[in-house]
Each structure stands twice: as structure tokens, then as C-alpha cells.
Ligand binder design. Structure first.
Ligand SMILES: *Cc1c(COP(=O)(O)O)cnc(C)c1O
Length: 434
């Protein structure tokens, strides 16, 4: 499902050797495969083509402007959750009419920017927020569209609690009963036209079933709203499609579409607009985090592999107990991995704990992981790191942020420079009286 492939024991991103890249840009760095990113986008576009949806790539999953631009060039809209992400969407040249803006805490200045940009829809989380956006649009002499985020009270038991958003008691959206009162109250506001329903039930969701349950509830709600005389033109089914953290773990875009498209056929045929907000399923498999082994250390029965990146650059293992496949970029032929999964049936593997340099016990990528023999100086690739990787990276412990590299065929481009110590301290150089 991606273009990170071992050839003669050497890991390549498309046609570029990872070891060659590391020699040029240093470690650690994120490397993305443009073809993988585009393939995953295209698969969704093809699978849902019958509904002619607006596919709004979720910038929060992986926001580098160059990646957003590659997707915008293919016709993608953007799903943003802040003024900063709106700025990225603009820099990427995205069509503003295909931008949806979600988030429970939009500030006035963020709202003003988005109204002035002429975005497609504000995804609304509360009554107070609706009133504020409507008032701002009116003051600016503009109009905007609003989608009400509805909480359908469905969730996937495999989704981590920290990424479940569709339960009744999360901070997101309003429940179905309140949605009807919402339309009664605000359905006629001129500056902010409430004409859409938004769902986003969490992430990653490893089957189509929760979508089916949520969409059925949403379609029933839309019927009820239309019967009450409200104008509902658009349904946004959100994001959350899974990624292959392990080989073959996630359904294909066509599998999700196979169950979802039939539910929306009539709505689309009647002139309804469908929006999708995929993030992870496009970006996760398109990125690796490449790191160098600094030290090996034994503690009790354990062998620690200490590397030059950690939770400050990829927090998912520490934050969500997430699994990432890790493997040396250069291996003997018998150690080429035949799948990316927790245990591989290969000779001569050693059980290791792979840890970073940060002063936190949580700074571990893998606790009991069978790896081929590694030595100080070897490179390791941390796979499926494209989504919620670099975007969640921090300067904790004053480590500079890693570089980002984009590979397209045999061409590699640095699309974000590695931070320097001066970059990290730049905003502290002068103290100013206030
Ligand atoms: C995070 C988010 C998405 C994207 O989720 P993925 O799992 O990356 O697909 C889409 N919509 C909203 C509202 C989100 O918050």
C-alpha cells in the first residue's frame, strides 16, 4: 500500500535510497512519498466517484504546505481546524469554496479570516458559536454556510478513547434532538445559512459499520428537518478512515465506499452535496520517520536501542500506545521484512526496546520488538508516520524539529528545513516591556 520498498536489503522511498538521503540531510527526518500520498487520495476519489464528493483533506493529519499543494493540485479541498491551517490551505493554493472549518474554539480573528476568504462551510459546534459567526459575517456584510456538527452517538470499540469523538458525551457537536431545535432556532439566519449536517465519529475507524450507523441516523435527521421545512443541501461524513499501521489492517477505500455509497445515492441524486474529510488514510502510509541508532544498552534482560528521535517528534506511541512498524533501512537479504506487523517469522531476531533521548519514561517507540541485529550508527525507519507525526512534534527538551523531505520518483526535495538552535530560541532573543 505504499512506495517504501526494500531492494537488495536497502530501503527506498520510490527510487531514492533512504541511506543516501540520510547522508545528505542528516537524521532524524521525515520522508514522504508523493506517489503514495496521491495514490491514497485517488483511491478515495475513485471509490466515491459516483457521489461526486468534495474531498477535503484534513490538514491536521500532515500539514506541510508542499503536501497540501500536491493534493490541492489534484482537486482536493481542505478540512481545517484553525486559522493556522486556513493559512496553510491558502499557501497551498486550495480552492476556498472547498474548505470546511471545524473546531470547538474558533476565535473572532480566525472567523473573520475565514469569512473574508469565502470558505465553503463553517462546521458548527454550539449555539454560542453559531451566533458569534453569524454576527461577525453580518458585520462584515458577508454571508457564509454552516454545517451543524451532530453527534450520532456511535463509535468503534477499536478506536482509542483519546480519538473517539462521536460518543454522546464528548465535547464535539450536539446530539440529534438538540440538532432539531438548532435548526428551528437558526434555520432562517441570513448571514450564516445553516444548510448542512456534519459528522466526524473518530479515528481511526477500522470498519464501515460505524459510518453506516451514523449516516443512517443523519439521513433520518435530514428527512425530519426537510419535513419541517428546513433546507438541508449537504452532508459531511467527516474523516477517520484507517491506515495500514500493520500490513492489510485497514479496509480499502472501496470497502468503505461499498457500504457508504448506497446510503447516499438518493440524497446525491436529489441534488445533495457530499463532503468527505479524510486525513490519516491519505497521509499516514505516505511518511516514514528515519532515525539513527545512538547507543545500545542492556538493562536486566532487556536490550535498549537508543535512537536520535523520540516522543518529541512522533508522540503517537507515548500518547495513544500506537503501534508503528520499525525496521533497519539496510538489512541482510534474509531480514527483508515480508510484512509490517508486530511479530515476523524471520531467523536471528532479537527482542529490543526502542527508546528516544527525551527525559520521560514514556519516550519509547516499542517495548518488546523483535529486530534484526542493529549496531550504533545504523538507521531505522519508523513506518506509517505520515499522519499525526510532524504536526504533533514539539521542541520539548529543546530538541530542534526534524527536516521533512518529499520524494517524487528519483527526485528528493527538502520541503521543510531542519530547525537550528537559533530557530528554537528565535522568539526569545529580545525581551520587550508590555
Ligand atoms: C481529525 C479530523 C478529521 C481527520 O481525521 P482522520 O482520522 O485523519 O481522517 C476529519 N474531520 C475532523 C472534524 C477532524 O477533527
Amino acid at each position: 500500500m505504499d512506495h517504501f520498498i526494500y531492494r537488495n536489503g536497502q530501503l527506498f522511498a520510490e527510487d531514492v535510497s533512504i541511506d543516501d538521503l540520510a547522508a545528505k540531510v542528516g537524521t532524524p527526518f521525515y520522508v514522504y512519498s508523493q506517489r503514495t500520498l496521491e495514490d491514497h487520495y485517488d483511491r478515495i476519489a475513485q471509490a466515491f466517484a459516483e457521489l461526486d464528493p468534495i474531498i477535503c483533506y484534513s490538514i491536521k493529519s500532515c500539514g506541510n504546505v508542499h503536501l497540501c499543494k500536491a493534493l490541492a493540485d489534484r482537486g482536493a479541498g481542505m478540512d481545517v481546524v484553525s486559522g493556522g491551517e486556513l493559512h496553510r490551505a491558502k499557501l497551498a493554493g486550495a480552492n476556498m469554496a472547498k474548505v470546511v472549518y471545524a473546531g470547538v474554539g474558533k476565535t473572532d480573528s480566525e472567523i473573520i479570516d475565514a469569512v473574508n476568504a469565502g470558505i465553503g462551510w463553517f462546521n458548527i459546534e454550539s449555539e454560542a458559536e453559531f451566533e458569534n459567526i453569524a454576527a461577525i459575517a453580518k458585520r462584515l456584510g458577508k454571508t457564509a454556510n454552516a454545517a451543524l456538527r451532530v453527534n450520532p452517538d456511535v463509535y468503534d470499540s477499536k478506536t482509542h478513547d483519546k480519538t473517539t469523538t462521536g460518543k454522546k458525551e464528548t465535547k464535539f457537536g450536539v446530539d440529534i434532538e438538540r440538532a432539531k431545535r438548532f435548526f428551528e432556532r437558526y434555520g432562517q439566519v441570513e448571514s450564516l445559512r445553516l444548510n448542512a449536517i456534519h459528522l466526524h465519529i473518530g479515528s481511526p475507524i477500522y470498519s464501515a459499520d460505524p459510518y453506516v450507523a451514523a449516516i443512517n441516523k443523519a439521513m433520518q435527521l435530514i428527512d425530519d428537518l426537510r419535513q419541517a421545512g428546513h433546507h438541508v443541501t449537504t452532508l459531511d461524513i467527516g474523516g477517520g478512515f484507517a491506515a495500514d499501521y500493520q500490513t492489510g489492517a485497514s479496509p480499502l477505500a472501496a470497502d468503505y465506499a461499498g457500504q457508504i455509497v448506497p446510503l447516499l445515492r438518493d440524497f446525491h441524486a436529489g441534488g445533495g452535496t457530499i463532503i468527505l474529510e479524510p486525513g490519516r488514510t491519505i497521509s499516514a502510509n505516505a511518511g516514514l520517520l528515519v532515525t539513527r541508532v545512538l547507543y545500545l544498552k542492556t538493562g536486566g534482560r532487556k536490550k535498549f536501542v537508543i535512537v536520535d528521535t523520540g516522543m518529541h517528534h512522533l508522540i503517537r506511541p507515548a500518547m495513544y500506545e500506537a503501534f508503528h512498524f520499525i525496521w533497519p533501512t539496510s538489512v541482510a537479504p534474509q531480514h527483508e521484512p515480508n510484512a509490517r506487523q508486530e511479530t515476523l517469522d524471520l531467523p536471528g531476531l532479537e527482542t529490543c526496546e526502542v527508546v528516544g533521548p527525551v527525559c520521560e519514561t514514556a519516550d519509547a517507540f516499542a517495548k518488546d520488538r523483535a529486530l534484526p541485529p542493529v549496531a550504533r550508527g545504523d538507521l531505522l525507519a519508523i513506518f506509517t508516520a505520515g499522519a499525526y507525526g510532524m504536526v504533533m512534534a514539539s521542541n520539548y527538551n529543546a530538541f530542534p524539529l526534524p527536516a521533512e523531505v518529499l520524494v517524487n520518483g528519483d527526485r528528493a526535495t527538502v520541503i521543510r528545513k531542519r530547525q537550528t538552535y537559533d530557530d528554537v530560541t528565535a522568539l526569545e532573543r529580545e525581551a520587550m516591556a508590555v
